[in-house]
Design a protein around this ligand. Sequence first.
Ligand code: UN1
Length: 512
Amino acid sequence: VKDFGIEKTLKNLGIKEENKGTSVGGKYFASGKVIESISPVDGKLIAKVKTSGESDYDKVIETAQKAFQEFRLIPAPKRGEIVRQLGLKLREYKDDLGKLVSYEMGKSLQEGLGEVQEMIDICDFAVGLSRQLQGYTMHSERPGHRMYEQYHPLGVVGIITAFNFPVAVWSWNTALAWICGNVTIWKPSEKTPLCAIACQNIMMEVLKENNLPEGISSVLVSDHEIGQKLVDDKRVALVSFTGSTRVGRMVSSKVAERFGKSILELGGNNAIIITKEADIDMSIIGAVFGAVGTAGQRCTSTRRLIIHESVYNEVKTRLTKAYGQLKIGNPLDENNHVGPLIDTDAVNQYEEAIKKCKKEGGKFVVEGGVLTGKDYESGCYVKPCVAEVKNSYEIVQHETFAPILYLIKYKTLEEAIAIQNDVPQGLSSAIMTQNLREAELFLSHAGSDCGIANVNIGTSGAEIGGAFGGEKETGGGRESGSDAWKYYMRRQTNTINYTAQLPLAQGIKFDL
Ligand code: UN1
């Protein structure tokens, strides 16, 4: 493997041989076990992390609570200024952070840099938003009364993220949480701890330069037991969880039990409908990028293509040809299209899914398989594959985080929409068509049931300006743009009487 300057990148980001996984406001400590971050790119140890233990946890929460008392009093636009400075730092560190994302997680360098760009974009978005945390005013039914609503910070926000977007999902949450006046505690995936430590190091520079209280931003690199503590802890007002539907179901009920708030970003099973009036060139590019980008490990990855019978064979042939041209290998090498899966567990799940698919009757038009030999020593590289299936197969109903694409044939658009919706998940969806009627039906209330529905774009690569999230087993949460900020605040309705009388609402008389 060529040297892609990783040593220098690690140094620039403050990653040492052994790091401490608990961090509050520039103080690093940790009493838990040591974990190793192994790169799926070359199977090499990148660095070790001493994780957070039981005794660290309370300290972090208490420091965060204390910081909140102070931070909530800073005016929102001034909090926006802090986020603006984070955005500037991220621009400085973009190349290094993008490279670390690529090396620790395995996505292509382009996608690693793209992920950091999403962080920069959300910072910019949040800065503007910090002057627009607006509530309604309304007319009271009582004379001489004024009514309005305002939004207040929640307190401590817990952020639990997955390996596949090891830096961006933190920033979507923190940038909004901070301008809203909250403090944050981040529990990153154990598979990508160094990305989290690098982000924290960058944020610490900002906090230090502004002389802000420790505890505005904390990180807990730990096993799921500490994650569980965060979920169960009454002192954590909001838990934002990104991960599997299985774990999300548990998080959701645990947080609800204590009347906490949660944002859930769970599995997807995203489809592109390719109609008879689709631009086929565009559809092929959209489908291939959607299916093999990030090696099929985005929540928004394209899992299913629902293709009109009249163009089915053409799409199948051209897709097979396109897959034949894919270069699989080191994601830091910009000549490659597809990098490795995150680890060998993920490879096992990929193989298991292919087996299940075949057993249920799936016919592979592009065969899968695990790559071995030179440059594939990590054992995490797999071949993107394509199978003809029925939507009803159990494996097709299930999200496999790997580059496996399913082809399904349809006759009428109504049938295609029904197939698209007939899965437990509801994150992203797309239609490829040049026909207005088809596009509008797909977007209508009789159309896609997903949180994201696109026309002539693939299922992945959402911009931060729109609210991101999905329905059904995807969990219903929304992050990033539009009015997703409201999740991070509590709403208060205020009625003010500026007269010398006390008229009651609903015309009730109560004379003493
Ligand atoms: C995820 O996979 O968890 O829309 C998020 C996209 C990215 C975010 C994906 N902007 O593909």
